[in-house]
Design a protein around this ligand. Sequence first.
Ligand code: NDP
Ligand code: MG
Length: 403
Amino acid sequence: MDGVSEAFDARPRRLTVLGATGSIGRSTLDMTARLGAACEIVALTGQSNVALLAEQAIAHRAALAVIGDEALYADLKAALAGSGVEAAAGARAIEEAATRPADWTMAAIVGAAGLRPTLAAVRQGNTVALANKECLVCAGALFKAEVAASGATLLPVDSEHSAVFQALDDPACSGVERIVLTASGGPFRSFTAAELRSVTPEMAMRHPTWAMGAKITVDSATLMNKGLELIEAFHLFPVNADQLGVLVHPQSIVHALVHYRDGSVLAQMSCPDMRTPIALSLSYPRRMEAPVRRLDLAAIGALTFEAPDEARFPCLRIAREALAAGGSSPLILNAANEVAVAAFLAGRLSFPGVAALVERVLDALALDAGAPPPDIMAVLDLDAKARRFAETALQQTAAGAAA
Ligand code: NDP
Ligand code: MG
């Protein structure tokens, strides 16, 4: 981690929430509202949910509201009429919003679409609370170089990485033998391979412990989420890929464990509610009150753990292999997975088809995967190429199935 946020004492604080209308964005505004009137909201962004964005911007007295879909600009303008909130639209306007001076920015846009706005926030050199894991998966080295160059403080919001951050006694990870991220196992933890073939999007959206956006909920069901998180952890903490592991823990109470070389293991526990890691990112290095259920271990009774089954959930293996391969493999993995998840949610791809499509794209673009992308334009180019290839492969699969 880079530096320590002093911002909590330096009120009034200027806050921006990228992806305000999403699951993390809504939880974030719930917490920022508790910081008191001294805090001001610089900008809120969403992609298509104009009604909620306008409501949030008015309720939280934001200076600026940006909707990503340009076709919705007139709707946003109308919804904000008379409120004094400035309206803007388009991907560039989201990026521009991220450049407006803010002491603290929540990066909670889903997917690789979050990369440019999050980098714009990083370049301010202030605090960035990072929920968008895809940024680090797509462009980890470039992203970290920008953090180092700007002197920004990056605080992990993903619950497992927030847990590791809290359990580390030394940011240099000296004495750390192993970092283990836990996974709930998702709704299909005990499904057979045959049962997994008939999983529907509705079934995948019923996560047993966490309430989240659609994409990460599917990623949690395939265990790709844990694979993306291994790559995220690799970039956040100075350890080797083979020091990172995964443990299935269906209760989602222990979020990560740090094993030290003296045999000691430090773990972080909390009820599964993203407002806990969001609160820490807002109050760090202190603690603020969060309205979350308190942990009652006597009532829970037992915490259980098991090894992940990579045969039934191959996405975890594929992501682990992409991390080990390095270069641009994680970038291709992420792009293919975004296409595959959207296709699964649209009923165009089976549940096992998600892993199969991702692996097919990685195999086909093996020549592109050798070296890490040299700059952000190269990241975006290869991301687009992998998406195009995934889309073509998807159409071929559909045509093959219909024939
Ligand atoms: P949601 O789908 O609930 O929200 C995503 C947000 O991004 C919304 O504000 C959405 O706008 C906006 N958005 C969608 N597409 C674009 C785009 N192309 N350009 C700009 N903005 C866009 O996702 P979550 O809140 O669940 O997740 C956000 C990020 O945080 C993800 O990277 C996820 O992996 C990570 N994360 C989430 C956790 C959770 O508990 N939800 C836990 C840990 C990490 P609109 O609503 O208008 O569509
Ligand atoms: Mg997580």
